[in-house]
Design a protein around this ligand. Structure first.
Ligand SMILES: Cc1cc2nc3c(=O)[nH]c(=O)nc-3n(C[C@H](O)[C@H](O)[C@H](O)COP(=O)(O)O)c2cc1C
Length: 154
């Protein structure tokens, strides 16, 4: 694989782990040319992981009206290193929200804007009681990013 899409997935529950796993399985089961996807917890992401990635997908929960602390911690640690050096990075976002997700969407959109990252799809919020179709929605988003990188769209 000559290019890597980085899925930064916070997976504190069986359902959120299922979202990330479904996305990884979906990409692995398709012909994605020379583009692969790797998955990291936001706790394990270093600035270089994003610098090296052809695109980034951020998957987070919403907790207490904001993105998960794990996701926020990543930005706290890496934001200054990413500023300027990762401008124009293609990024997609999905949010698992039991109730809402709006505040997390607003915050992530703002942070990505500050970094001058390119939002390449509307942020996806999988909201409410769990539905198995959430896995399909997240998989579709992630696969579209990988295929878009492979075809040179992004
Ligand atoms: C302490 C706590 C706070 C939460 N706060 C919010 C919230 O502010 N907005 C929201 O949409 N969901 C909230 N949730 C629900 C989580 O988003 C949801 O449980 C999480 O995404 C995991 O999804 P799952 O329950 O399907 O595994 C909260 C959950 C917990 C445990």
């Amino acid at each position: 694989m000559s290019k890597t899409v980085l899925l930064i997935a916070h997976t504190p529950s069986a359902n959120t782990l299922a979202l990330a796993t479904a996305a990884m399985d979906s990409v692995a089961s398709h012909d994605t040319g020379d583009v692969g996807m790797r998955c990291l917890s936001p706790f394990d992401v270093s600035a270089k992981d994003v610098s090296d990635a052809a695109a980034v997908i951020i998957g987070t929960t919403e907790n207490i009206g904001y993105m998960a602390g794990a996701t926020k911690d990543m930005f706290d640690r890496c934001y200054n290193d990413w500023l300027d050096s990762t401008a124009a990075k293609p990024v997609a976002i999905y949010i698992r929200a039991g109730l809402d997700g709006t505040a997390t969407k607003t915050a992530l959109t703002s942070i990505c804007g500050g970094l001058k990252w390119r939002l390449i799809a509307a942020p996806l919020i999988v909201r409410g009681s769990w539905q198995d179709t959430f896995c399909d929605q997240v998989s579709e988003l992630c696969l579209s990013v990988v295929l878009g990188i492979d075809s040179g769209i992004y």
